[in-house]
Design a binder for this molecule. Sequence first.
Ligand SMILES: [Zn+2]
Length: 334
Amino acid sequence: MTISYDITWDLDPAEPAFRGRTAVRFRGKPPHAQLAATRLRRAQLNGRDVPWDGARIALDADGVLEVDADFAYAEDRGFRKVVVDGATYQYTLQYPDLAQWSFCALDQRARSEITLTVHAPGRVLTSSTDTPIAPYALTAAAGPWVEIAEQVHVTRVRSGERARGEAVSRRIREAIGFFENLLDVPYPYGKCDAVFVPDIPHLAFSSPGLIMFDDAVFDALATLDPLYTTTVLSHEVAHAWSGNLVDAEPWLVEAVATYLSRLAAEELLPGADPWRTPDNAPWPDRPYAPHLARVRAMEDALGRPALLRALTTYFKRYAHTNAGWAEFKACLRE
Ligand SMILES: [Zn+2]
């Protein structure tokens, strides 16, 4: 099935809801479209009205589906709206299978051409959409963001923290350079923006060309071990390859990103031991320890150079597509 989206978000801070307009062009018959709106203004398939049951729109033909709807702001999905020191910031809370809370989505994991327009006051940061991406990854952040260092954006209250911003910017650039060399696959997007936002459900979310971090990561830069923050930053940068360039089963995506972040920390923090996770210190990727152990077992069996060669083959062969464990296993055997 081929899908392309034309999405417009109207984010008027004075309104209690935000508006999402979607025109989806698709060939092949998907089972249904997902829509978790609070109010439907219009839903038409090929120009005729189609019913919405509160969660789904059944589709009996391919063509063009146009949906215009209002959505509720929320704290864990769709868009979040917060006021910090009198200024309003609005940003997506995306994650696999949450796209329907901000626009009408067909297969959310299917690579799709997306054209995005955002109407909102202030500066608008968005994912890179010049390659096909998974709809669930489409990310935007609107508000009076301050770019405190190259491609590093924060709320106005943090605009004085330039040294910390410079450190983030440098680390991200170093991680990109390290992974490009290690994997022999260029960074896939035209930019790598970072934005630090208040209160998101996860420490960070890495969408193509835009990484959203919780403000807690910015705090951690001043208070926690550099190994912690280097791990967080390089893990999210690694998702540009593992998850964004090639999407797979969640365990594999996290396993590879966690493994790559350890290699980056080894290189970028000479003397640190990123492989030994401290038991009694805060640790960003503790839940992924079993995933990392699987990759370490592959490394033990094959050796690091062979594992890295398999990763290079995997990212080159399946660039901008979805390819899971079966495909990766085949690369390991070559
Ligand atoms: Zn991750």
